[in-house]
Design a protein. Structure first.
Ligand code: SAH
Length: 391
């Protein structure tokens, strides 16, 4: 496990080109008196080659390169911290221009791997079992910050220029980091379109999964506009249980959620929806729950992901024992569903589900306590000096 030190972000006046779509890139060039066709060249350098400076763009004239350098930058979010787990999982804490931070995780498999990307700083959902839910929402991330997370992860592994899909190590994206992506749909959609676009990062839509707690009105649009894979954080087979752990269920109950899932554009047996199911001891882990689940999803092309609850300090839930989780999985399998039990990755660096940003927050809290203690000591010393002077 390694740990990199916090770096500071310098004030940058020049406009960042990362996160601009094709039209915006054209407009930015026209605004400095250049021809729109230059956008094609720049797009290739930025998103296919992963260039971080204009000097490297050898098919552009020297004068143009200097001009671009004066006006623009090609920047990723700054890395405040990077940690690599003993199991290979890597986590970055990114530091955005306004000082806000969000985390990204890379989960490597044998010859591929998924990058788990954040869509918001904090979250408004307050799911009871999720640590991010205890942090208030600070803000939505903008498209450049979402695209930037993936590009910075690719930088970290030197995966430029963009390899063919089959050769990629950073082969998949899951929108399962901090935040609810469908509460920030416009920026998430813009970012994913840039990531999917040809002659750039060009990641296929089949390699991207968007996970939602169930923002029903946006689900159809997600399928129609983006065509990415859908994952639903289901976590319970009935409204009572679900509403108790996920307040969003009161707004969008299971009947509506299931209807939206059934109508998800492009859903077939070859492209199934994933139901995520966090196993919480004594809450949603009985065989009766599993049986109810099979009825709830009957007829939907789907698979399950069973996630043993990841405890965090102060959580009121526990993870069921292995036998309970296994029995639950077996019942689903016998009913004909794919239902793997997920083993948590990156536990030593707190990279597992629902734990993102907690460690850095805890650190800040600790630093704050230290500052408070110093402050108290100083105040005492001043008081003592004053008393001494008075006597
Ligand atoms: N808001 C989106 C995406 C972020 S959460 C959503 O709800 O889908 C990513 C996944 O991690 C969700 O399925 C979430 O329910 C799960 N999760 C959150 N906290 C967890 C915890 N402590 N243990 C296990 N899984 C957790």
């Amino acid at each position: 496990m390694n740990d990199s030190a916090l770096i500071t972000v310098a004030a940058e006046q020049r406009r960042n080109l990362v996160g601009l779509d094709r039209n915006e890139l054209k407009e930015a060039l026209v605004a400095i008196g250049e021809k729109p066709f230059r956008a094609k060249q720049l797009w290739h350098w930025i998103y296919h080659r992963g260039a971080t400076s204009f000097g490297a763009m050898t098919d552009l004239g020297k004068e143009l390169r200097v001009k671009l350098e004066e006006q623009f930058v090609i920047a990723r979010p700054a890395i405040a911290r990077q940690q690599t787990s003993t199991d290979g999982t890597r986590k970055w804490l990114f530091h955005f221009a306004d000082g806000q931070k969000a985390e990204t995780v890379f989960i490597p498999e044998e010859d591929r791997g998924a990058v788990c990307i954040s869509s918001q700083v904090g979250c408004t959902l307050t799911c009871r079992f999720c640590h991010t839910g205890t942090q208030r929402l600070v803000r939505n991330l903008k498209a450049p910050e979402i695209v930037g997370q993936f590009m910075a992860a690719r930088d970290s592994y030197g995966e430029w220029p963009t390899p063919l899909d089959e050769r990629r190590m950073l082969s998949n994206i899951v929108m399962m980091g901090m935040g609810e992506p469908l509460y920030n749909f416009d920026e998430v959609a813009k970012a994913l379109k840039i990531i999917m676009a040809e002659d750039g990062i060009a990641l296929g839509k089949r390699r991207i999964t968007l996970s939602t707690a169930g923002v029903v009105p946006e689900i159809e649009r997600c399928g129609r506009e983006l065509g990415v894979n859908l994952a639903i954080s289901l976590h319970a087979p009935d409204d009572d249980t679900r509403s108790a752990i996920m307040p969003i269920n009161k707004k969008y109950p299971l009947k509506d959620l299931m209807a939206a899932v059934r109508n998800y554009p492009g859903l077939t047996n070859a492209r199934r929806v994933t139901f995520e199911y966090v196993m919480l001891k004594g809450v949603n882990d009985s065989l009766a729950h599993a049986r109810a689940l099979t009825k709830l999803v009957a007829g939907i092309p789907c698979k399950f992901n069973l996630i043993p609850f990841n405890p965090w300090p102060g959580a009121t839930y526990e993870c069921p024992d292995d036998a309970t989780v296994q029995a639950f999985a077996d019942l689903l399998a016998t009913a004909g569903f794919t239902a793997p039990i997920r083993t948590p990755r990156g536990r030593d660096i707190l990279a597992a589900c629902g734990q993102l940003r907690t460690d850095s927050e805890r650190r800040s809290a600790k630093e704050q306590r230290l500052r408070d203690a110093e402050e108290r000591t100083r105040a005492q010393a001043t008081r003592a000096e004053k008393e001494h002077a008075d006597t």
